[in-house]
Design a protein around this ligand. Structure first.
Ligand code: NDP
Length: 378
């Protein structure tokens, strides 16, 4: 694991000065207020839902390094795993929950954020349960497997007056943030021609029965849901978060039918934007690939391979390589989201953005299935 330089260097004085009254309340240690008259700001408590690969190898370790949040509990189908996490991360066993009893989170003052890291089609159920328990929600990508589920999550969070964000780590990563700045400030003019790809080579022994990413019901789709969503994100970022007006798409060939019996093996698509900008994109479970390039009339910017992996992306522009700090993506995201909440700022990755991307993904699937251009209503 790389050591993260702090991306969020806010001095404590400035930090406290900027806090809203609500944030100040949230930060005060709830149990020791009487014995500690000048308390250190409390780190926000995060509960991870689903202790699989991403939680175990990335988010859990990142929560040991974060400045503004910490792991305070887990939701898991395995009590045994939960106990091990409680020992490893030093939180009380009463902060271990299961999926059926997430409602009990409501009475737990240690937990501020619930971070849903389960298979894609379960995100809606788990996010809604977290919102009903009055907890702020971070939902992993893709936000859900349908726009209807995204709407249900958004409605539940609004009703409970909790914050909803999507685990889009790259919005907190300096090279991607620089791409967003170049777009926003039109440094080379508006980006008009974009190209990107993201994928990995799926193990040939995996099947829909043995791996949820290949199971249409749990994954919602193939590499487009899993890896392609990053290319969709980058293209929208290069268009200052505008959604495309229409898409065309086609599925790639199926070279391993026993692996890809339910979801696509690869897919390529074109996004058309209102100003006639075009993004040609592809995603695959058959090749390790990860890149993105955006061209404008007076220059270009390129995220070198691997553009979307945890390894450090390199950004080159028509003016040369861009030197930026290296960060641990998950630490930057978690601390970034904690600070957004504490300072009462809008999130860089709100639920509406997750919904936009699922709407685009749905349109891409419809375009590929129907062999026609599909307008996007995001
Ligand atoms: P894993 O398969 O490794 O873990 C998923 C976990 O979800 C399981 O370990 C299990 O945890 C829980 N779970 C609950 N119900 C089920 C079920 N029916 N089938 C399988 N697992 C279940 O997946 P990942 O950790 O790789 O991915 C989880 C989510 O995180 C996905 O939405 C994925 O897109 C996203 N992700 C995001 C990344 C990013 O860079 N932002 C990177 C990797 C993943 P338990 O045993 O504790 O109940």
């Amino acid at each position: 694991m790389k050591t993260p330089p702090s991306t969020i260097s806010v001095s404590r004085r400035r930090f406290l000065a900027q806090m809203s009254a609500a944030a100040a309340l949230l930060l005060a240690p709830r149990r020791s207020r009487a014995v500690n008259p000048s308390p250190k700001p409390r780190k926000l408590g995060v509960a991870l839902v689903g202790l699989g690969g991403y939680s175990t190898y990335e988010l859990g370790p990142a929560l040991r390094l974060t400045e503004h949040c910490r792991l305070a509990g887990v939701v898991t189908g395995s009590r045994k795993k939960g106990r091990k996490w409680a020992r490893d991360y030093a939180f009380p066993e009463e902060n271990i929950f299961d999926y059926e009893t997430m409602g009990r989170l409501a009475g737990n003052p240690d937990i501020d954020f619930v971070y849903v890291v389960t298979p894609n089609s379960l995100h809606a159920e788990h996010c809604i349960a977290a919102a009903k328990a009055g907890k702020h929600v971070i939902c992993e990508k893709p936000m859900a497997t349908s726009v209807a589920d995204c709407d249900s999550i958004i409605a539940a969070c609004r009703k409970a007056a909790v914050r909803l964000t999507v685990g889009y780590r790259l919005h907190y990563e300096p090279h991607h943030a620089e791409l967003a700045r170049l777009a926003r400030e039109k440094v080379f003019g508006p980006f008009m021609r974009m190209k990107g790809a993201n994928g990995f080579d799926m193990d040939s022994s995996a099947t829909a029965r043995t791996f949820w990413r290949l199971d249409k019901k749990l994954a919602g789709g193939g590499p487009l849901m899993d890896m392609g969503v990053y290319v969709v994100q980058a293209a929208c970022m290069a268009k200052v978060e505008a959604a495309p007006v229409a898409v065309t798409a086609r599925f790639g060939p199926v070279t391993r039918p026993e692996v890809f019996s339910e979801v696509e093996e690869s897919i390529e698509w074109t996004m058309e934007f209102a100003d006639r900008a075009v993004a040609n994109c592809r995603t695959t479970y058959t090749e390790q690939v990860s890149n993105f390039r955006a061209e404008a009339d007076h220059g270009w910017a390129q995220l070198e391979d691997p553009a979307f992996y945890y390894d450090e992306p390199l950004l080159t522009t028509s003016q040369g390589p861009v030197k930026l700090p290296r960060v641990n993506h998950q630490v930057a995201q978690l601390d970034g989201m904690a600070m957004e909440l504490l300072e009462g700022r809008p999130s860089l990755a709100p639920g509406e953005m997750g919904r936009r991307d699922v709407a685009i993904v749905e349109a891409i699937y419809a375009a590929a299935a129907g062999g026609r251009r599909v307008e996007v209503s995001a």
